[in-house]
Design a protein around this ligand. Structure first.
Ligand SMILES: [Zn+2]
Ligand SMILES: [Zn+2]
Length: 394
């Protein structure tokens, strides 16, 4: 073989090797030198994009997509797509990139399983929810340009990005949604417009004929309901109080929802708030609504939060090996209460919002002498169930 035919083959092999090694900067260099299509296959019929997805490497996936890699290309013997590989890797961000680039979530492998089903099979629940909750950005962009006779669009184009991100969120705990809204620029300031767009999206999902998606419709309704509640809290505050008013709305909301009931741990107000939301869903004839109401009115109803989580993110058992933020239900939070080390939070903000509940338990916990090495054995059972109540048990 002369060099002319050997070089491109070597270059392709180099690309596969670098992906396997996970060296992003080297990969960037090699890719820059490679001319032509990046949709070449290895001996197993896999593309570079499929390898990068399987590796769960967001940067490499992005680089390949920027080079025009075809997300639905490949000739894997079991018909795995790049999205199947991303789902197996458990990297939800990789799956989002692939979906945004046009990966088909309905594509099945040779045993008839979709990417979401494969993710569920290997226990990547967050990825399952990410794929099932995905909507293309164009769904939102539609409302940012004037339609027909409209003089003005429903929302400014500047809100498309933050609203899309908000809709794709997998953690549906109302306090997390409130925090996400507070951090997203412009959404809360345009609460009325945003909630109207969410209601239109809800209606759209219910009127797609055979493609009707009741679950997404309910999610839109739910998100709209939370935004309207935050807007109501703000309206009541007018004229705005002088202190840190940006924090106040979310804090008032969180304090209302996280306040324990008479028994000291049930989140009665949260439950009532969420039940009202289900009750206000406008499509009362649909199966999803009937199932939710049947469950909530049963003899031993689940907390409304876990029911809504199951409905939107799919059924799954309670995973007791995972820890959750006591404030917002986020999985695997990074911080612990430094005093008692028995509760976990995403960050100081979550800890601050929960302190009005936790302070009593915390003082009791940390006053037990010499218990730090064995603190688990010292948790009083009512306290433990209080903690469990705070979690998204879905
Ligand atoms: Zn949190
Ligand atoms: Zn504590």
């Amino acid at each position: 073989m002369d060099n002319k035919t050997e070089d491109p083959h070597n270059a392709e092999n180099n690309i596969f090797t670098t992906i396997a090694q996970g060296d992003v900067s080297e990969f960037k260099n090699i890719l820059a030198q490679h001319k032509g299509s990046v949709d070449f296959l290895d001996e197993n019929g896999m593309t570079a994009l499929q390898h990068a997805a399987y590796k769960g490497c967001k940067d490499m996936v992005q680089l390949l997509l920027d080079r025009g890699a075809d997300v639905n290309c490949g000739n894997h013997e079991y018909n795995y797509t790049a999205l199947h590989f991303g789902a197996l890797s458990g990297n939800s961000e990789v799956c989002k990139l692939l979906l945004e680039a046009g990966a088909k979530p309905s594509a099945t492998n040779s045993v008839g399983r979709t990417a979401a089903q494969m993710a569920a099979f290997v226990g990547n629940h967050h990825t399952v929810a990410t794929i099932n909750n995905f909507i293309p950005r164009s769904e939102i962009t539609y409302y940012s340009t004037p339609q027909g006779q409209q003089a003005e669009a429903y929302i400014s184009p500047l809100l498309v990005e933050p609203l899309h991100k908000f809709v794709l969120g997998v953690n549906i705990h109302p306090v997390r949604l409130a925090l996400n809204l507070q951090h997203a620029s412009g959404l809360l300031d345009n609460a009325e417009k945003v909630s109207k767009v969410l209601e239109m999206l809800c209606k759209k999902e219910m009127t797609r004929g055979s493609e009707t998606n009741e679950v997404m419709a309910f999610k839109y309704h739910y998100l709209s309901y939370v935004i309207r509640e935050l807007n109501n809290i703000r309206d009541k505050q007018k004229p705005p109080v002088e202190s840190d008013k940006k924090h106040d709305i979310v804090e008032i909301f969180a304090k209302k929802l996280l306040k324990p009931g008479k028994d000291g741990y049930s989140l009665d107000l949260m439950d009532a708030f969420l039940k009202d939301c289900v009750r206000e869903f406008p499509y009362r004839e649909c199966t999803t609504f009937h199932q939710m109401v049947t469950s909530l009115t049963s003899k031993d109803p689940p907390p409304a939060l876990s029911l809504i989580n199951c409905t939107i993110n799919g059924q799954r058992g309670f995973i007791d090996t995972i820890s959750y933020c006591s404030t917002c239900g986020e999985e695997k939070p990074a911080k612990k209460c430094s005093k008692c080390k028995t509760v976990q939070y995403c960050d100081r903000e979550c800890q601050r919002l929960h302190w009005f509940v936790h302070k009593k338990a915390c003082n009791r916990e940390s006053s037990v002498p010499a218990a730090t090495n064995n603190s688990k054995a010292n948790i009083d059972t009512s306290e433990l169930s209080a903690e469990l109540q705070n979690l998204v048990a879905g």
